[in-house]
Design a protein around this ligand. Structure first.
Ligand code: KIV
Length: 271
């Protein structure tokens, strides 16, 4: 019997138990009540209210513009739908870097105003103090290393990170720093699979990958990407389970035709 099928509510301790027993963790993003309710009902373990909402919900080119208020709006919509999954919320750009007191205030606002269960933030040693301070308030923290989209203007591109030895060594050190600081899990984004597997073996906390291969403890994808709502994004790591862009477009075209031709509504579809 898997941990997943026995548990009524996913907690950070359940994720730890999944890693210990070798059961992979499933995680997806969600930003709204309707889709969060469906993926929770399907049995997803973790729902990330990602700052990727800035891209997929608001149409921004990067994750930088989304605000703390907007993240809280998305998070509270998701929390209202969720019965079982652990809900983790991204601390947005500018709400935690360089000032651990502000990081704590931002995390407290998210927890108090949305009812979420944990926060996530990007970076390694440079955010250690923020992580430790957030934890003093009892708020669980998930780390995020590798390609960290809030630093896109420093990287200059979205290519695979840590291919070179020096960056790979630093990433492994950062993973240990995040674990020692008290993170309950780490997301690794777009790094070589072999490196991600080493990190997963070296730390005791769960490591959840996106574009980080199969040697980690779980996988996360952006929901809109795996459902094929966004038809312009085709990275190698993405598996599409639906092609909703084409399905929604075809359904909309059919609806337009039915309205124009007076086929809709018919006699059974009216009062
Ligand atoms: O914001 C997000 O969707 C994320 C995932 C890509 C891990 O951080």
């Amino acid at each position: 019997m898997s941990v997943h099928s026995e548990v009524k509510k996913i907690t950070t301790h359940v994720l730890q138990e999944m890693k210990r027993s070798g059961e992979k963790i499933s995680m997806l993003t969600a930003y709204d009540f309707s889709l969060a309710g469906i993926i929770d009902d399907a049995g997803i373990d973790v729902i990330l209210v990602g700052d990727s909402a800035s891209n997929v919900m608001a149409g921004h080119e990067t994750t930088l513009p989304i605000t703390l208020d907007q993240m809280i709006y998305h998070a509270s919509s998701v929390v209202r739908a969720v019965k079982r999954a652990l809900v983790v919320v991204d601390l947005p750009f500018g709400s935690y870097q360089g000032n651990s007191k502000e990081a704590l205030q931002s995390a407290i606002r998210i927890m108090k105003e949305s009812g979420a269960h944990a926060v996530k933030l990007e970076g390694g040693r440079e955010v250690k103090e923020s992580i430790e301070r957030i934890l003093t308030a009892g708020v669980p923290v998930m780390g995020h290393l590798g390609l960290t989209p809030q630093s896109i203007y420093k990287f200059g591109t979205y290519v695979v990170r840590a291919r070179e030895e020096e960056e790979a060594k630093r990433l492994i050190e950062d993973a240990h720093i995040l674990e020692a600081a008290g993170c309950f899990a780490i997301v690794l984004e777009k790094i070589p699979a072999a490196l991600a597997a080493i990190v997963s073996q070296e730390v005791k906390i769960p490591v959840i990958g996106i574009g980080a291969g199969n040697g980690v403890d779980g996988q996360v994808l952006v929901l809109h990407d795996m459902l094929g709502i966004n038809n312009e994004f085709h990275p190698r790591f993405l598996r599409r389970y639906l092609n909703l862009y084409d399905d929604i477009k075809a359904a909309t075209a059919k609806y337009i035709t039915d309205v124009k031709s007076r086929d809709f509504p018919n006699s059974k579809e009216q009062y």
